[in-house]
Ligand binder design. Sequence first.
Ligand code: DC
Length: 230
Amino acid sequence: MTSKITIAIDGYSSTGKSTMARQMAYQLRYNYVDTGAMYRAVTLYALQNDLFHPALDVQSLVEKLPDIELHFDKSSSGKGSDMFLNGKNVEKQIRGMEVSNKVSEVAAVSEVRHKLVAEQKKMGARGGVVMDGRDIGTVVFPDAELKIFMTARDQVRVQRRLDELRHKGMEVTRQEVEANLRQRDLQDSTREDSPLTRADDARILDNSEMSAEEQLKLALGWAEEIIQNL
Ligand code: DC
């Protein structure tokens, strides 16, 4: 029997982490966990419960954390899995600009991180998982056998995010997307609790000039080399 490893993928917003992580998991027959979706779902909960005035009411959110149940389940499209918040499929809602503009504020709350990190550790406890986020290689799985830190040039990221949102039928301008990415990069990498940083032992993957197929091939090559040498 071949052993299953843990793969941690971190990096800035819109560097293509989720696409690559999902494809790697599919090829390796591993589970894929999109941790950004979990922070987004908590943000949606805060919006639905009027916890922004306009800044986040941190204390109320912390008090309500036990009422927030998150899980992934089969996608309605039949492909992959969707995020469920208290039993409701929220996959579409969590991808919109409203959530994107508030999520870094929620992700900076230590109690939120504590809850989500504990759930993520459980989901990956038996290995055979590809998890993507901002703190996977540094906090969630510091012992992951393979850590990848993804980057891409700013304008490449803006274009990708714009294409993604428009493909989903959302009306957004380049300026809005650019401002959102800038603000999230800054907030995510300067927050006190678990800021986005590259783990010392992470391999850097700059995919500015790479196709999805090329980067997948490279990353799968790294994974297979590690699995064979276990
Ligand atoms: O990957 P994403 O863009 O869907 O993530 C949404 C936000 O959640 C991102 O701006 C930062 C936060 N996040 C985090 O702090 N830690 C993670 N492991 C994943 C996401």
